[in-house]
Design a protein around this ligand. Structure first.
Ligand code: ADP
Ligand code: MG
Length: 243
């Protein structure tokens, strides 16, 4: 990985901002399946500040994905408010939510979800072109990001021609292609071996520091979590600070 590479167009760090980039307030979410109801989140509170990386460590089924989907405006909570950059989002329409997701939020899934018929470079270009950037500009940034993540020699490879760790690094590059201010990653290294996970995570952490992103990363890997700014868990439907 090249430490000296600068990332043009990346979100700039703003330490002076006095409100969180993401603020989950009183978040409640209940699922009903047949006769059973599960209160997954019961008044969860979480504030994430610019440039801050937060590890979300909690057992399977405790609500990590639910929390991340709500923070990423992919799902609505039953009650509570999601503030993005200080603004409440409950009353936004679908188009406005989509715009925030596209411009301000990057999401990395456990499985990469790359488009199989496109190259690594094209996968990172596409979200930029959807946003209206020219092919040339999108390509320049894609090459820059992929090189930063150590994939300079893999630009023209399709997902099937990449290793699991390489695929996840392309997925990370795609998630930050539009210079979001918030990165949400749902067990991004969950399917990778320990060594590869370490490598992918190193790339992710470096990117967060370099770009002033706020990041929440769900993980079971305690070594990885130890390297983040904060660690939280979900206990009885609430977000609880660890340590
Ligand atoms: P985690 O990501 O920590 O494993 P999830 O957020 O995926 O946890 O799920 C938390 C709980 O909510 C689990 O018991 C799960 O079965 C339930 N759940 C999640 N999504 C749904 C859904 N769409 N319908 C019904 N139950 C759900
Ligand atoms: Mg999950």
């Amino acid at each position: 990985m090249d430490d000296t590479t600068t990332i043009s167009g990346a979100a700039t760090s703003n330490d002076k901002q006095d409100y969180p980039l993401v603020f989950l307030h009183g978040i409640t979410r209940r699922f009903t399946q047949g006769d059973a109801t599960v209160d997954v989140l019961r008044g969860a509170e979480l504030a994430i500040w610019p440039g801050q990386s937060v590890a979300l460590i909690a057992p399977s089924g405790s609500g990590k994905s639910t929390l991340l989907h709500i923070a990423g405006l992919l799902e609505h909570p039953d009650a509570g408010e999601v503030y993005i950059d200080g603004e409440p989002t409950t009353n936004l329409n679908d188009l406005q939510r989509t715009r925030i997701r596209r411009n301000d939020i990057g999401f990395v899934y456990q499985f990469h979800h790359l488009l199989s018929e496109f190259s690594a470079e094209e996968n990172v270009m596409l979200p930029q072109m959807v946003r209206g950037f020219s092919r040339t500009a999108a390509s320049t940034r894609a090459v820059e990001l992929l090189s930063y993540l150590g994939l300079k020699e893999r630009l023209t490879h399709r997902p099937a021609e990449l290793s699991g760790g390489e695929q996840q690094r392309v997925a990370i590059a795609r998630a930050v292609a539009n210079a979001p201010r918030i990165l949400l990653a749902d067990e991004p290294t969950g399917n990778l071996d320990v060594h590869t996970a370490e490598h992918v995570f190193g790339a992710l952490r470096q990117l967060v520091r370099a770009s002033g992103l706020a990041a929440v990363i769900a993980t079971h890997n305690l070594d990885i979590a130890a390297q983040m700014d904060r660690r939280v868990t979900i206990r009885d439907g609430a977000v609880v600070e660890l340590e």
